[in-house]
Structures are given as structure tokens and as C-alpha cells.
Design a protein around this ligand. Structure first.
Ligand code: 6GU
Length: 244
């Protein structure tokens, strides 16, 4: 898969995208991330990409021409997603990561300043995404988050850990169950007995119940969308859950 990032801060990207699983996926040829400097598409000698808002008011707005011309230079395939990263976007969810991971080419536009000319959204971007309900100084960190979440889903990117995707928080619709490794006792805190029992049916049930308990405590909103068995519902009711 090819990922294009359009930004006025290309220097922000190499370190986070070069390390770990995303870096290895690029070395393995599973993903190619291309970072494009928006200023290369500015029209003036000062390489300006923003201007003051029509109608007045504080702050600056990203001009449309450099963004349009940067995206046109990529010669994207017809229908290829062009995502504008902005706090005004729809919330980025695991389902979006899965949808984008199935595309051959994805383009991410990083907004800066106090916004982007609305004609970029109207005629260039195919969607707007936000990574959460807080304001960042720009879309660059959000683009890194999207690239990380998408690239780890590409077949082969996780190697031996691939089966772990099904247990990921959010893939299953629940938060992940607690994990433990050696030592079995650490500073008086011991690993739950069942995990040392070798009884895999009991371990599966314990993990499922822990995922339910944790989700009920920290993210009860997720339970409405999760796929729950009768046994799950029984456990949740035992924990004090009331549906709706
Ligand atoms: Cl995508 N951009 C900015 N500037 N702030 C954000 C965001 C994006 N998502 C959450 N906050």
C-alpha cells in the first residue's frame, strides 16, 4: 500500500514512521509512505501556504491552490481516499483503519493554522477525520496515528503477532483483557491462578469476563456496539450492567 502525506512540516515524519512495526513494514515493501512538502506547491517566492480569512477574524487559513496542486501531482487512482485531518472531522475509529488498510493508495492532508479553505473539503478531500476531542496544533500527529493504525493491519506487518489483532481492543468491540508475564509473583502481586492452570477453556472464559468487566468500568459506551453472547450478558448483569 502507498500512503501520501501532504504537510508543511515534512521533517516531523521520519522518526515515528521509521521505527518499530511501521518501519519494518516499509523495509519489507508492505507499505511505502511518501511525505510531500506543501510549500513546494506554493505560488510565491516566500512559499506561503496560508492567508487571512475572508470576513475577518483572527488566525490564518490554508489556501486552496497549493493543496489542490499537491494532490493533483500525485496522479491518484480514481476514487482513491483523500483524507483531511482536522478537529472538525468524524472520529477516527478502528473500522476506518480497516477500511483504509484495504485501499491501494491513501492520501492524508495535514491541516495547520486555524483551518483549511472550505473548497479543499468540497472539491479535493473525500472525507474528514479527527483523532479525538481535543485540539492539536496541526494534523501531522493525527496523520502519524492514522498511518500507524493502518499499517499494522497490513497482512504480514505484525509477523507472529498477527493473530493478536482479533483480541485487540476495539477489533472485538471490547477493551482487551489484562495480560501477565513472568515473574508469577512480583512485589507481592501475583498472577491470577487460572492463567497458570493450563485449562484453556477456563482461561478463555476468564479473559472474556475480564474484558467485559473492564469495558463496563471504563468504556460502557462500547457495550452497545459489541457482539455479546447470552453468557456475556449474564456476566455483565452480574456486574451491575443494565442494558440501554
Ligand atoms: Cl486531525 N487535527 C488537529 N489539528 N487537532 C486534532 C485532530 C486533528 N484530531 C484531534 N485533534
Amino acid at each position: 500500500m502507498r500512503l501520501h502525506i501532504v504537510t508543511i512540516f515534512p521533517e516531523m515524519f521520519p522518526a515515528p514512521l521509521g521505527a518499530g512495526i511501521v518501519g519494518r513494514a516499509q523495509e519489507a515493501g508492505l507499505a511505502a509512505v511518501h511525505v510531500h512538502d506543501l510549500r513546494d506547491f506554493a505560488h510565491d517566492r516566500r512559499r506561503t501556504t496560508d492567508d487571512s480569512p475572508f470576513g475577518g477574524g483572527p488566525g490564518m487559513v490554508m489556501r486552496p491552490e497549493p493543496l489542490y496542486e499537491a494532490v493533483e501531482s500525485l496522479q491518484l487512482p480514481e476514487g482513491s481516499p483523500v483524507v483531511a485531518l482536522t478537529p472538525q472531522g468524524a472520529p477516527f475509529r478502528q473500522a476506518d483503519a480497516e477500511r483504509l488498510a484495504a485501499e491501494p493508495v491513501v492520501t492524508l492532508l495535514c491541516g495547520r493554522y486555524d483551518g483549511v479553505d472550505e473548497r479543499v473539503v468540497a472539491g479535493l478531500a473525500t472525507e474528514r477525520l479527527s483523532i479525538g476531542d481535543y485540539v492539536l496544533t496541526g494534523g501531522e500527529l493525527a496523520a502519524m496515528v492514522v498511518v500507524d493504525a493502518v499499517v499494522r493491519l497490513l497482512p504480514g506487518a505484525l509477523g507472529h503477532a498477527e493473530e493478536a489483532i482479533a483480541d485487540d481492543s476495539f477489533t472485538s468491540g471490547l477493551l482487551q483483557y489484562p495480560q501477565y508475564t513472568r515473574p508469577a509473583d512480583y512485589r507481592g502481586m501475583s498472577v491470577p491462578e487460572v492463567l497458570l492452570s493450563g485449562d484453556h477453556a477456563a482461561i478463555d472464559r476468564w479473559r472474556r469476563n475480564q474484558a467485559l468487566r473492564r469495558t463496563l468500568e471504563l468504556r460502557p459506551d462500547l457495550l452497545a456496539q459489541a457482539t455479546l453472547s447470552d453468557e456475556d450478558r449474564k456476566e455483565l448483569r452480574r456486574l451491575g450492567w443494565s442494558e440501554n
